[in-house]
Design a protein around this ligand. Structure first.
Ligand code: 5GP
Ligand code: MG
Length: 182
């Protein structure tokens, strides 16, 4: 295990089981098993591994779009304001859209992203997050699909970073406080 990790919160196996469960619900709800189409939005960079594993388990006509959202910088607490850059053409008008987020914490990011996508006149927007940290909510928002509810700990791995590190860890771990409280 990486020496900066205090403990493993979710193993590779647990993550994959959670994703299989989410994919099954999404396949049913959007009629993907009947060949319906869905535009899936990857919120870079944190959700990239979750997004990659999730889309492989979706059926039907799946299109991909990418955007960059950042709020953290070099801190472990959200700054509250969210910067968004489109990293692909972004065709969502009249389409069924699913926003894929790594983690919902204060709720500011998911709220801002949902409003932004809705302003582009999609047919329907839903959200999926792998992790939910409900204890620190500032905006009352909940993803339509949630993988795991977790305690108020700063986690890294499986796409999630601290100062751009640890994204490549295959598991989700709690980062030692000594790493970010220097
Ligand atoms: P919110 O806007 O809900 O406060 O935060 C959402 C974003 O903050 C997430 O998409 C994620 O990028 C980042 N974030 C929130 N909590 C954590 C955490 O425990 N670890 C990491 N690495 N990022 C987090
Ligand atoms: Mg994020």
């Amino acid at each position: 295990m990486n020496p900066d990790i205090q403990s493993v919160l979710l193993t590779e196996e647990q993550i994959q089981q959670g994703i299989a469960r989410l994919a099954q619900q999404i396949n049913t709800d959007f009629g993907l098993t009947q060949g319906q189409s869905l535009t899936v939005i990857c919120v870079l960079r944190g959700s990239v591994l979750f997004f990659s594993d999730l889309i492989q388990k979706l059926c039907g006509d799946i299109r991909l779009e990418f955007l960059n959202a950042s709020s953290y910088g070099m801190s472990d607490v959200s700054s509250g304001s969210v910067n968004v850059n489109y990293a692909s053409n972004f065709e969502v008008e009249n389409k069924n859209v699913l926003i894929v987020e790594d983690i919902v914490d204060t709720g500011c990011s998911l709220d801002a992203l949902t409003k932004l996508i809705k302003s582009r006149q999609p047919a329907q927007v839903k959200t999926v997050c792998l992790l939910d940290k409900p204890s620190r909510r500032k905006i009352e928002i909940q993803a339509d699909y949630t993988g795991f509810v977790i305690p108020d700990e700063f986690v890294v791995g499986y796409g999630m970073d601290f100062a751009q590190r640890y994204r490549n860890l295959p598991y989700i771990g709690i980062l030692k406080k000594s790493v970010y409280q220097k």
